[in-house]
Ligand binder design. Structure first.
Ligand code: ZN
Length: 243
């Protein structure tokens, strides 16, 4: 059984046998008029469950922990329904949950589904590894398959767009109505090595989707997810040896 929310406690006897804990992180934030608020978390969780199933077939025990439900979503804070936590809160909660969980596992993979969590997840991972004395990895799912996304999708990846809608459709996440094209500008690209931070609390984004979500298909999503599961499995199989 790969879904840790359904496992009896007696299955978590100790962390002596190789056991990879997968901890999904996401967000509860606006995802345009056609995707649910919990899209990022649902994608991360469902990808984790698919990957864990695949790992189990290869005899690697990889229970998927319940996801951290809220993320860092300053960017969409003025869109109704978005619930955001401060970076500090997110980091502390993630560290506490992960260090506690690692008493019953040998390795931890944080499977992140939300761009706003990237810096905080990496910061937390470094601390978790020190505190637990166990290896910790952060996987941002879209980064693991960025080349696949670029090959499969006609428009570039950002938020509630062609790619994310396709992946959501394939994973059975409900799509409300027909997604419409949202030809609003993507964020300005900065030179490599430059990180720019803007105050983001005053904006309200309409419609909240980007690019061409109307070009989505479950088939595009299937191709991306299939390759993700393959690469994630290969990574974890190698990660086990890094101890
Ligand atoms: Zn998203």
């Amino acid at each position: 059984m790969t879904d840790a929310t359904l496992i009896p406690w007696t299955r978590f006897l100790s962390g002596t046998k190789t056991r990879i804990l997968i901890l999904p992180t996401g967000s509860l934030e606006q995802h345009g008029p056609h995707l649910p608020l919990w899209t990022d978390t649902l994608i991360a969780w469902k990808l984790a469950l698919k990957a864990a199933e695949n790992l189990e077939n290869e005899d690697v025990e990889a229970p998927v922990l319940p996801p951290i439900p809220y993320g860092i979503s300053y960017m969409w804070n003025n869109n109704e329904g978005t619930i955001s936590v401060k970076q500090d809160t997110f980091v502390k909660y993630l560290i506490d949950a992960a260090v506690s969980a690692l008493r019953w596992g040998t390795h931890l993979v944080i499977l992140n589904g939300h761009g706003g969590n990237v810096d905080a997840a990496k910061y937390a991972a470094r601390e978790i590894a020190q505190l637990s004395n166990k290896p910790v990895a952060v996987v941002n799912w879209w980064e693991l398959v960025r080349d696949v996304i670029e090959g499969v999708c006609e428009t570039s990846f950002f938020h509630a767009d062609e790619c994310e809608t396709s992946v959501a459709a394939y994973l059975g996440i409900p799509i409300t109505g027909r997604p419409r094209p949202s030809p609003q500008p993507f964020r300005r690209r900065q030179p490599g090595g430059v990180h720019v931070y803007m105050p983001e609390h005053e904006l309200r984004h309409e419609p909240g989707s980007f690019g061409s979500p109307d070009k989505y298909s479950a088939e595009k999503g299937r191709k991306i997810v299939k390759e993700f599961v393959k690469r994630f499995t290969a990574f974890v199989t190698d990660f086990i040896k890094q101890r």
